[in-house]
Design a protein around this ligand. Structure first.
Ligand SMILES: [Zn+2]
Length: 435
């Protein structure tokens, strides 16, 4: 059994790992890189896409699936193995990515239909077999809807687990990660291997406090968020802030007679929220209980979806107070960039980061430069002064923190561990902790 990392070994984007065993080429994820991160050119891979037998996708974030269209166009015609949740998300995520890259519509449709033909949805925690007697199992990773870790059992008795992106405990909407049986090799993500997140209760309160303060001068709050995962978590937690009596009392300014409107300015975010809302079998108990009591966990009165481009343009013009959730999560493109260009120089406005910002992205630059007097950021090739206040809520990460990575690993007791999906300095810190 040999593993070759084709992307995402020492970076947090571009995940792609090749497992070679018993004459089979098995690819785990085929993701796009962002910011400064680089991935190997497909033409320089040790195997041709047409020689890959299986493609496992751990979840539908683009840094894990973004190069699947290229893989298909370069000749891949094996099987794509995913959970049912991921299967539902592949089409909207890749359709959006291909539109974003200006791909011709007929070509994009052809790729999507090939992906639909090649891909199979599987249940969590059941054993299945590939050719040559190789067993596999997909377990809950608690990261986003449909996310999984993958375990392979090779006929010679050895075993390997790919963690994929591992979620934090108490991630809204989703159950906690499952723990695989012990294995010979654990290929472990390490995004937040150097830090600890705030707990969820503090996080909702911090969000409530921050929204209250930021809205006191009637400005807008811009929240750059991934369409998949983070947007749904934010809607869920805002629903908690606006619906739970204890929270309503604690944050009266947010719950007055005319509550502040919350806009999801993202057609993709809205489409995915619909998929999340429809797959209640995959929710955790708490979310199902909220639903049973008659409150839809992903909706509230003053939540508005902005689909059309014309409505997006109108939203740029409206005065505050308003909360605007839009992609992309790292401000590398998408509607959030228009909002920032229109409002970043207004000190009444606030920018709230709730996700990881890769090196080289405008998001990372805004966090760094907002601490300087005269800080600026480049958006669409133009410099903008940062006068809006910039905040980060790290507790929102969809990734496990150091303590959770250590606990999960300890519960598995693997013989060996290979760290991937993290920056080198972070991996060094986690490596020492694991030792
Ligand atoms: Zn992810």
């Amino acid at each position: 059994m040999e593993i070759i990392h084709l992307g995402g070994e020492h970076t947090v984007t571009g995940s792609c790992h090749l497992l070679q065993t018993n004459g089979l080429n098995i690819l785990v994820d085929c993701g796009m890189s962002q910011g400064h991160d680089r991935v190997a050119s497909m033409d320089a891979w040790p195997v041709k896409p047409s020689d890959i037998h299986y493609l496992f996708l751990t979840h539908a974030h683009l840094d894990h699936i973004g190069r699947v269209p290229e893989l298909i166009e370069k000749g891949f015609n094996g099987e794509i193995i995913v959970t049912h949740g991921t299967k539902a998300l592949l089409d909207p995520m890749l359709r959006d990515a291909m539109t974003f890259s200006d791909m011709d519509e007929t070509r994009a449709r052809g790729i999507l239909s090939a992906i639909d033909d090649f891909s199979w949805g599987f249940e969590y925690n059941q054993s299945f077999f590939l050719k040559k007697g190789i067993g596999f199992k997909l377990g809950r990773a608690g990261h986003i809807l449909g996310s999984c870790w993958v375990r392979f059992d090779i006929p010679n008795g050895s075993s390997v687990v790919f963690s994929g992106d591992l979620g934090a405990k108490d991630t809204p909407i989703l159950p906690d990660p499952d723990i695989p049986d012990s294995c010979d090799l654990l290929v472990l993500e390490s995004t937040y291997g150097d830090r600890l997140h705030e707990d969820r209760k503090q996080r909702i309160h911090r969000l409530g406090k921050l929204l209250t303060r930021a809205l006191s001068d009637k400005g807008k709050i811009f929240i750059p968020a991934f369409a998949l995962g983070r947007t749904q978590e934010l809607i869920y937690e805002m629903d908690r802030l606006f619906s739970v009596p204890e929270n309503r009392q604690m944050f009266p300014e947010l719950n007055g007679k005319s509550p502040v409107p919350v806009f999801v300015d993202s057609p993709l975010g809205l489409e995915i929220t619909k998929i999340y809302a429809g797959l209640s079998d995959y929710w955790d108990e708490e979310t199902r209980n909220i639903h049973h009591k008659g409150d839809h966990p992903l909706d509230f009165d003053h939540l508005y979806g902005v689909k059309g481009y014309r409505d997006h343009l109108r939203l740029l013009e409206i005065p505050g107070p308003a909360i605007i959730i839009a992609g992309s999560g790292m401000c590398t493109g998408g509607r959030i960039v228009d909002h920032l260009k229109a409002g970043i120089d207004d000190p009444r406005n606030d920018i709230l980061f709730v996700g990881y910002q890769s090196a080289g992205t405008p998001g990372r630059a805004m966090i760094r430069n907002s601490r300087k007097a005269d800080g600026w950021v480049e958006l669409d090739g133009q410099r903008f002064p940062i006068r809006a206040e910039v905040h980060t809520l790290t507790g929102y990460s969809a990734h496990a923190d150091q303590k959770e990575l250590l606990e999960w690993t300890k519960a598995i007791q693997p013989e060996r561990i290979k760290l991937v999906h993290g920056e080198p300095e972070v991996q060094e810190i986690l490596r020492n902790m694991l030792r």
